[in-house]
Write a protein that binds this ligand. Sequence first.
Ligand code: GLN
Length: 390
Amino acid sequence: MAQLSSRLDWFTESVIRKMTRVANKYNAINLSQGFPDFDPPEEITNSLIDVAKGGPHQYEITWGSNEFRKELARKQEHFMGIGINPEENIVVTCGSTEAMMVAMMAVCDIGDKVIVFSPFYENYVADTILSGAKPIYVPLIPPKFNFDKEVLENAFKQGAKALILCNPSNPVGKVFTLEELGFIAKLANKYDAFVITDEVYEHIVFPPYKHTYISSLPGMFERTVACSSLSKTYSITGWRLGYVIGSKEVIDNCKKVHDFLTVGAAAPLQKAALEGLRFTDKYYADLGKLYEKKKELFLNGLRECGFKFYEPQGAYYVLVDISEFGERDDYKFCQWMAREVGVAAVPGSSFFREDVNNYIRFHFAKKEETLIEAINRLKTLKIKAMEGIK
Ligand code: GLN
């Protein structure tokens, strides 16, 4: 029998998305796959109603509608502080998932090496392998998840073509400091490598931390392939609207890959989402505050439960340390927790290259009442665990 592709032997299906199915199976509160259970802004959903009647319903320009790119360029110029030409510097994609895949395929040749910080969002390794490249892992060291500068430089020295930077980061909630970004930029320049970013949590940052776009650092626009999306910013994860921002050379390559991968992001949704792209600064400030409140509520609840965790500086995840339960199989722990406690999380091992299995990841992109109910259930966890984690 002919052999199926051996590339796929190098990674498993997404554990994050699998945990959503586990949550559904046990009717557990789904704090695994990160997406909101509250509605998007009304301006956007109302606009969708109008678009249903008035269109467009056919293909848009493959790299995004004129209007969408124009509004996105305006918004991102404002936040990133760099000039963005909507004709030359943007490709609109089906979510940042496609954006990252496009970025990787636009940059990598077969056999190239790509630096991935560990822990990482699981797509990066799959993207690396699917684009024919090989990952080089650099640990973010618990409990603060900083990196060792020498280890990072050694990774670049191995001839890395690119580094993947998730900032604010999933799953740890680290917001890279200006100093760290400057160091990464310095190495990217010194060793002539690209930086491919995932900045989908750009507007979810908790004071005093601040998000810096690495592509805005001196000399970095030309070597950064900046990926992000509207999913988290406007609570529309199911709309699959993402984008890549970069130099004309980078984007010309991205346009080619995107054209043949998906042709284009949904035309009606691009149109309806324009309302969001036109929001004023207040919307983004309020979004940050909303998530800060959710973070406080959820973390206080975790403290009351007696859990240990690293407090996130941005994004909407928290890694909780489960060492005290002595269960070495974190996937089993999460299955048990979904079934017996009624809350679903992601086993931390799916984010780590190293043999680390003492974390589980919760997200807190949920209504306050959902988070309160989750905490109430989690308060029963320690007692239930004494009966055995099966
Ligand atoms: N980023 C989300 C998470 O980590 C999931 C996104 C997705 O499943 N496409 O949970």
